[in-house]
Design a binder for this molecule. Structure first.
Ligand SMILES: Cc1cc2nc3c(=O)[nH]c(=O)nc-3n(C[C@H](O)[C@H](O)[C@H](O)COP(=O)(O)OP(=O)(O)OC[C@H]3O[C@@H](n4cnc5c(N)ncnc54)[C@H](O)[C@@H]3O)c2cc1C
Ligand code: SF4
Ligand code: SF4
Ligand code: SF4
Length: 421
């Protein structure tokens, strides 16, 4: 708790606001914090250094302050953050492209950085060899290790706990992270944490939603697979845009379209994710998401937002050395292609913040909202409360897949109501 001198420590952080980003674990010089079962525990001595409290992105993200500190660019979109240029792009290595979540851009950027000696390692998430249904965070130092990490893992990952290893390392690193991971690193850079300079490149992923790990267990059960039989598990397996794909030891493949995540992410949404105000990873050097743009071919493409000078020279380098193919797109194209998640994360977020008892500190002003938009935001909030209730979940879990599919369609419809002004 706050001690007599008014100093904050880990106990002042509200666990209900935790994004499970791992930043506190990674920076604690006493190694007194651990991340387990989607919670953080204090297991050792605390010297009240305030670092975990000040760096925690679950508690506070001061977007305006961080933007002013980070970006020289003058172009700023209310829904997309500061940017220099916007593209859709893909990896020129067909194997990388086919095995990735969208266009394989993230994997190719990391391999480019490694090939050119610009980094010594990349902080990534891959599935464990011995438990293919579970993730692990790694410092990838070879092309093979980077390739192994490709694909999105729809799960909370305490990525920044790896900073405890970075503290012991010399060298330059890239980090790929969701907005909450990148917020943690940027806050550390702003505070001037002594090791934060080692993270030279921040590659951000868009994040429209996330799910507790129990959603993965639910899907494994629903597909009738024993964990011991799993050889590989992918959240974006198969042809683009892919879906939940399990391969078993007997050579069977079990598949559920990505579409089902629309329902699951309401049932298994972490509380803090409902209050998250960053869709397009606004503080990264380069942010990468899916490309739902009309008129591009059916192979995977990624949307790329370049935000910093460093991000621009990385993107240009990867293009000039033939790692990436690309097309420039307009800001309007980007807004159109992600409109339903923009409504959800950048507009109706303010309804949820109003309704929520606990809330993070943001320095953001709510947009003018029409009454219709407010009502649909309220209905959505109620729907999540109902669907995430343990008893309701038990009932839904026994429903047949085609009925779940219809509910997933309805969930997507309700989530996207609102309207960009
Ligand atoms: C939880 C989650 C939600 C997302 N929501 C959206 C969305 O709503 N809209 C949208 O357009 N895009 C979303 N994305 C991003 C999208 O799924 C792709 O990750 C992105 O388009 C990059 O694709 P790629 O083919 O270039 O990446 P790849 O080449 O496949 O590389 C993926 C990289 O992501 C990293 N990674 C995977 N999972 C995680 C994780 N959980 N935490 C941190 N790092 C991870 C891996 O280390 C790997 O380096 C989401 C991603 C995640 C993980
Ligand atoms: S949000 Fe991140 S830094 Fe804050 S308590 Fe949770 S894991 Fe730690
Ligand atoms: S020592 Fe510092 S970083 Fe570690 S738990 Fe205490 S306040 Fe947090
Ligand atoms: S929704 Fe926000 S808080 Fe949740 S995982 Fe994504 S970036 Fe982190």
């Amino acid at each position: 708790m706050t001690n007599d001198k008014g100093v904050h420590n880990f106990k002042d952080l509200d666990s209900e606001l935790c994004t499970f980003c791992g930043t506190c674990v990674g920076v604690c010089s006493q190694n007194s914090l651990i991340a387990k079962d989607e919670k953080i525990y204090l297991v050792g001595k605390c010297k009240s250094c305030e670092l975990c409290y000040n760096a925690c992105p679950g508690r506070e993200v001061a977007f305006s302050k961080l933007n002013a500190h980070l970006f020289e660019s003058s172009q700023r979109g209310r829904y997309i953050g500061v940017y220099k240029s916007i593209y859709v792009a893909y990896s020129r290595d067909i194997k990388i492209r086919n095995n990735a979540s969208s266009g394989g851009v993230v994997t190719s950027l990391l391999i480019f950085l490694l090939d050119k000696g610009l980094i010594d390692g990349a902080i990534v998430v891959c599935m464990k060899d011995e438990e293919p249904w579970n993730y692990e965070v790694k410092i990838a130092r070879t092309k093979t290790e980077i390739l192994k990490a490709s694909q999105s893992k729809y799960s909370l990952v305490p990525l920044n706990a790896i900073l405890s290893k970075i503290r012991e390392e010399e060298g330059n690193f890239a980090l790929v992270g969701l907005p909450c991971h990148i917020h943690g690193i940027r806050k550390l850079q702003m505070i001037g944490w002594e090791h934060s300079d080692k993270i030279k490149y921040l590659i951000g992923l868009f994040c429209g939603f996330n799910m507790h790990l129990s959603a993965t267990n639910y899907l494994i059960n629903k597909l009738g697979v024993e964990k011991g039989d799993i050889v590989s598990l992918q959240y974006r397996g198969g042809n683009y845009p892919g879906g939940f794909l399990i391969k078993t030891k007997k050579g069977n493949e079990k598949f559920l379209e990505k579409f089902y995540y629309n329902l699951l992410n309401l049932m298994y949404v972490p509380k803090r994710c409902l209050l998250c105000a960053d869709l397009m990873d606004e503080l990264a050097d380069i942010s990468v998401g899916d490309a739902w743009i009309k008129g591009i071919d059916k192979n995977g493409w990624s949307t790329v937002i370049v935000r910093t000078e460093k991000g621009q020279s990385l993107f240009n380098g990867a293009v000039n050395h033939n790692y990436l193919g690309y097309k420039k797109i307009s800001r309007e194209d980007l807004l159109k292609s992600h409109s339903h998640l923009i409504r959800y994360k950048k507009r109706s977020i303010f309804v949820r913040l109003n309704l929520s008892k606990i809330k993070p500190i943001y320095d953001l002003a709510a947009p003018n909202m029409r009454i219709r938009e407010y009502i649909s935001g309220f209905l959505f909030f109620c729907l999540v409360k109902i669907l995430s209730d343990d008893y309701v979940k038990k009932v839904i879990c026994i429903l047949p897949l085609n009925l779940l599919g219809m509910m997933a369609y309805l969930a997507k419809y309700i989530k996207g109501r609102g309207g960009i002004e």
